[in-house]
Design a binder for this molecule. Sequence first.
Ligand code: G2I
Length: 490
Amino acid sequence: MAWFKRDTRRRATAATIAGAAAGVALALLGMGTFATHAAAAGSLGSAAAQSGRYFGTAVPTAKLGDPAYSTILDREFGMITPENEMKWDTTEPSRGSFNFGPADQIVSHAAAHGQKMRGHTLVWYQQLPGWVSGLSASDLQSAMDNHITQEMTHFKGKIYAWDVVNEAFADDGSGQHRSSPFQDKLGNGFIEHAFRTARSVDANAKLCYNDYNIENWTDAKTQGVYNMVKDFKSRGVPIDCVGFQSHFGAGGPPSSFQTTLSNFAALGVDVQITELDIAQAPASAYANTVNACLHVARCTGITVWGIRDSDSWRSGDNPLLFDSSGNPKPAYTSVLNALNAATGTTTGGTTDGGTTSGTTNGGTTSGTTSGTTDGGTTSGTTDGGSSTGGAGGGACTATYSTTNSWSGGYQGEVKITAGSAAISGWTVRWTLSGGQSITQVWNGTLTTSGSTTTVANASYNGSLQPAASTTFGFLANGSPSTPSLTCTGS
Ligand code: G2I
């Protein structure tokens, strides 16, 4: 019921808000840091800059030539992450043969428009060219070192922060590293080795660890990453920042998100929201996410993973701030208002500012976020495989749809709906067909055993009122097919 607590807290009376705001103002005056409140900024980038933060987006090279796209890009965003162009399959498609052309185009665009760059990503188990997985351990080690060295050297001086290692932790609730060519051949030390190599190449770029499903404080995956960063800081392994991808369901961030950001920041790293998108883009869920960052002094910036809904990797969810015609959505306004409301409140500190409660933005958090909004408005899909389970507990049904597919892979979404009784948890099970394998799950916790796939609720979306729904999504290799789902409620 975490969402319920969050709503309750945000339903403050006007008097409470006014009192809290006055308290903050007095405290700031006392600290001598209160700045004259500037006029509200009219773009995301300039509004974020008022509190010393950036607002960025993911950009694919192919869209730079689209004037409707680049107009929004250059008006709104001060930071760019290449969506795919700095990944290993593009930059080193065969061993020792480097191709920085597509990313260079994005870097040139950024330089011409005064935008900064996040580098994404040097070591990741996905979008790896085939030759990497065929190497022996010692060959892989030197290939990884060479890849980091060549890529960072090429872009030296042009990158604000690098995602040195991306998504190295497992989704199975173990809190351990996931299996990957790097993990399996080089062992746990590959992450530390990558960061040390990166620092030796470029002493000025910030070095980040980046992952998804690490936003909820009590999740095993969050704790695993937290313990790694704590260990790195205690032993002097060079790490400067942690990126929270923040691919959320319609309920938005978990209620502990600000706590998570603040606890990581307290280890002595910057924290950043690096790939934000939210199913159906509820204005309140976006405002909650942005405010979680604004309340933590070392949360230095926010990046959304695409501009228009049609640009999104999960376009069936309409998860972004602009509609497919480039018009700002209600979520855009709520984000802009939140950024403007934060002016002068938490900048400059090096310690966690997570207790500045008076900065809640005025009236854009509607308090109706339920975490159960139907995410089932997906495109090109087949419904099916719905079934009911739940002996001894509550019943639920699960419905599958394919939200995206491409050669060799697809993205699916499963909608879980409680029966006539409330449930406090759910599990969906199905059997993968030949050639299918799941590579990523969000808003759920994956366990696999052979071809049997089980996804249980995440910590924040297990509780469903009678007839209420939630969704989880996944990415898979192979071709889509309609599975027969078994849903069990508890
Ligand atoms: O999966 C969402 C993101 C999760 N965190 C790391 C990010 O790097 C990742 O981004 C996505 C891109 O948005 C997609 O655009 O990464 C996907 C790959 O894992 C990207 O999808 C790829 C497709 O898999 C390719 O088939 C396609 O050729 O996009 C390519 C270019 O459109």
